[in-house]
Write a protein that binds this ligand. Structure first.
Ligand code: NAG
Ligand code: NAG
Length: 396
C-alpha cells in the first residue's frame, strides 16, 4: 500500500498525469482581477471570529472592504467547525479607496472559511470519497461534503432572506479560500438549482480537488461560470493527488497567477490544464503562495501555521516531502500511523540532499536569501523526529 502511494507521487513528480479533456464552456463572466480581489478579502474575512464578522469590525473588514458590505448573517456548524457568512456586497459606494477599481455591482454573496489550522489540515487530509447523489458515478471528498451538508440548510435560508431583503441585487457570488474553496464548489452546485433565475458566479482561491471526474463533468455542465484562482506554486490545488487510489479531478475554469500576483493565465476550460498550475514542479509546492493570494498576507488572520506550515513558509522547496508525509499519514489503517510517520521522516531525510543542493545553487546564483538560510534545518528536524519516534516506539 505504502509503496503504491509513493509510486503514485513519483509519477506526479515526473509530471506523468492523466488529463481528461471535457467541458469546453468557459465562464460567461470575464475575469476581473479587482472584483476577484474583493472576494478574496471576503474569503479572508470569513476567518475572523463570528462576532467580529457580524459587527463587521474585524481588522480585515474595516480596513479593506468596509463599508460596502451589509446585511451580514454568520453561519456556523459545530459538528464540522464550518463557518461561513452571507451578506450584500454593494459596490455602488462612490469614492471608496479600494472598490473604486472594480465595476459597480450590488449582489448577494456567501464566503466560506477554510481551516484555522492550515498545515495540520493539509497533513491530515484524507482522500476518501463518498457518492455524490446528483450525478451518476460522481464521487466527492467525504470531508468537504460533510462540511457542506452541515451548513447547507442555514446557507440556503440565509441566501433566500438576503435576496428578499435586496431586490436590486443582481446575482449570487459564492466564494472561499482553501478548504472554504472546496466547500464553495459544493455549495454552488446546490445554489444553481435552488435559485435557477438568479445569475451565479463562483470565484474561489487555492481550492483542493473536490471530487472525481464524473463530479467535475457534472459540475462543469451545470455551472460554467467559475473562476478557480490559483496562485503560483500553491501546494493546496495539488491535493488530493490526481493519480491516486481515488481519482480526483479539478473543476474548470482555472485562472493561474504564474509568476507574480499580477500576471495571470486564463487556463483551458478543462479541469486539469497541463500548462497551468499542473505544470509546477512538485518540489516547489509552497504554502507561502497559499497564504498570499494577490500578495495579501493571510498570516495576519489568526490561523495556526504549525510546524509543517512554518517549514513550508521558510522554504518553497518542502512541498514534495509534505505531500509525501500527507500520504504516509493518511492510509486507511490508523493503527500503523507511527510507522508511517517514520517513513515520512525518512523520505524528508532522503530529499534533504536535493533540497540542500537546490538551496546552495540558488544562493550561489541569486544571492543570499533568508529563505534559503533555514534550509539546513531540514535534516536536523528529520533526525529529531526520527529520534522522537524511536523513543516512543521503545516505550510501547
Ligand atoms: C466588534 O464588535 C463586537 C460587538 O459589538 C465586540 O464584541 C467586539 O469586541 C468588537 N471587536 C473589535 C475588534 O472591535
Ligand atoms: C513573468 O512573466 C511575464 C510574461 O511571461 C514576464 O514578462 C515577466 O518578466 C515575468 N516576471 C517575473 C517576475 O518573472
Amino acid at each position: 500500500m505504502k509503496l503504491s502511494i509513493i509510486f503514485i507521487l513519483l509519477l506526479q513528480l515526473l509530471s506523468v498525469t492523466i488529463n481528461v479533456a471535457h467541458s469546453d464552456t468557459p465562464p460567461s463572466d470575464i475575469y476581473s482581477a479587482s472584483k476577484s480581489f474583493d472576494f478574496l478579502l471576503l474569503s479572508y474575512a470569513s476567518y475572523c471570529p463570528a462576532n467580529e464578522i457580524a459587527a463587521w469590525n474585524c481588522s480585515r473588514c474595516i480596513s479593506q472592504v468596509y463599508p460596502a458590505i451589509t446585511d451580514i448573517q454568520v453561519i456556523y456548524a459545530v459538528t464540522t467547525d464550518t463557518q461561513a457568512f452571507v451578506g450584500v456586497y454593494n459596490n455602488q459606494v462612490d469614492n471608496h479607496p479600494i472598490l473604486i477599481l472594480s465595476e459597480k455591482n450590488k449582489l448577494v454573496f456567501v464566503a466560506f472559511r477554510g481551516s484555522m489550522d492550515i498545515a495540520s489540515w493539509i497533513t491530515n487530509l484524507k482522500f476518501l470519497q463518498t457518492p455524490y447523489p446528483k450525478a451518476k458515478g460522481a464521487m466527492v471528498h467525504i470531508g468537504f461534503y460533510q462540511a457542506w451538508l452541515s451548513v447547507q440548510p442555514q446557507v440556503e435560508a440565509a441566501l433566500t432572506s438576503a435576496l428578499k431583503s435586496c431586490p436590486t441585487c443582481t446575482s449570487i457570488v459564492v466564494t472561499g479560500h482553501s478548504l472554504g474553496a472546496a466547500i464553495s464548489t459544493l455549495c454552488m452546485a446546490d445554489v444553481i438549482e435552488l435559485f435557477p433565475n438568479v445569475p451565479t458566479e463562483l470565484i474561489n482561491f487555492g481550492s483542493p480537488r473536490v471530487g472525481n471526474s464524473a463530479f467535475s463533468n457534472y459540475f462543469n455542465s451545470i455551472q460554467p461560470n467559475t473562476w478557480r484562482v490559483t496562485n503560483q506554486k500553491d501546494l493546496v490545488p495539488h491535493v488530493p493527488p490526481q493519480v491516486g487510489i481515488e481519482f480526483y479531478e479539478h473543476v474548470t475554469n482555472e485562472l493561474w497567477y504564474f509568476n507574480s500576483t499580477i500576471n495571470y493565465e486564463v487556463c483551458q476550460s478543462i479541469g486539469e490544464d497541463p500548462y497551468c498550475s499542473d505544470s509546477v514542479n512538485p518540489l516547489e509546492y509552497s504554502i507561502y503562495d497559499h497564504l498570499h493570494y494577490y500578495g495579501e498576507d493571510m498570516t495576519a488572520e489568526k490561523i495556526v501555521i504549525g510546524i509543517w506550515g512554518t517549514a513550508l513558509l521558510t522554504s518553497p522547496f518542502w512541498g514534495m516531502p509534505v505531500l509525501l508525509a500527507t500520504c504516509m499519514m493518511n492510509d486507511a489503517n490508523q493503527g500503523k500511523r507511527m510507522e508511517r510517520a517514520q517513513l515520512g521522516c525518512l523520505v524528508s531525510l532522503f530529499s534533504a540532499p536535493i533540497v540542500l543542493s537546490i538551496s546552495l545553487y540558488k544562493t550561489y546564483y541569486n544571492g543570499y536569501s533568508h529563505t534559503f538560510a533555514f534550509l539546513p534545518l531540514l535534516p536536523l528536524a528529520s533526525y529529531i523526529s526520527l529520534l522522537f519516534i524511536g523513543f516512543s516506539k521503545k516505550k510501547q
